[in-house]
Design a protein around this ligand. Sequence first.
Ligand code: AKG
Ligand code: FE2
Length: 263
Amino acid sequence: MNASSQIDRWISKKLHPIGEAAYRNRLVETFEKNGALVLIGFFTADFVTQVVAESAERESEAYFASSTHNVYLTDTDPTLPPDHPFNRQVLSSKGLIADDQITRESPLRTVYENQEFTEFLCALLKIDQIYPYDDDLSSINVHFAPADKELGWHFDNSSFAVTTLLQAPENGGLFQYVPEVRDADAGQMAYPRVTNILDGNETVNSLTFAPRDLVLFRGRNALHRVTPTEGPTTRILAVFAYNDQPGIGLSDSALETFYGRNQ
Ligand SMILES: O=C(O)CCC(=O)C(=O)O
Ligand SMILES: [Fe+2]
């Protein structure tokens, strides 16, 4: 099967004609306005069935970091008090498998590497090119959140995230966010707002999405989290991670933090 007919098996092009300029332009406007985009029914039912089957059997291999972190995903600053917004700790208890645990034949990889798909993402992000990570772990990840596991409040390091939910839990597992908390490029830390949000004193938005949907989210300036899963069904989500420059990989210490290993 050639690459283009294979991708038609995984992406619903009738609903989402990703090669068409008019379709792309319409989405660019929405994405710029909201900083988030949910493309309902983007992937085929076949895609979800296949990827859930191959992922579910690897749940036991997932790495669960039993640690807390600050919302900036950095080390703490011992010169500041522990209750300073830079040092306040939140819990992320979800697990994940890394790129090197995802097979060459996985539909996740076919989509990740597909030129029409990456050109579509570039059009939405208004950048010329996107590149895979230069390390063996970061490009495609699958997250697992069984009952009571969660992802704490944080700002992403990357400017955008591309995700798709593979399996929804009975309850919980809600993606909550507060847009435009800071301007990271301008060096803003937004301590007062971070404090308010961690204290539960700001209204938070929820982004609703289901299996088959493609989600694009600008998470560098929007504080976001995923609430604990409730019930027996594990929340499973795939993350497609790209860079806007070639040759970028996570440092060994960052790989240790996220994956519990650096190779
Ligand atoms: O699980 C999700 O829906 C979001 C994941 C996320 O925010 C992240 O991986 O940084
Ligand atoms: Fe995130």
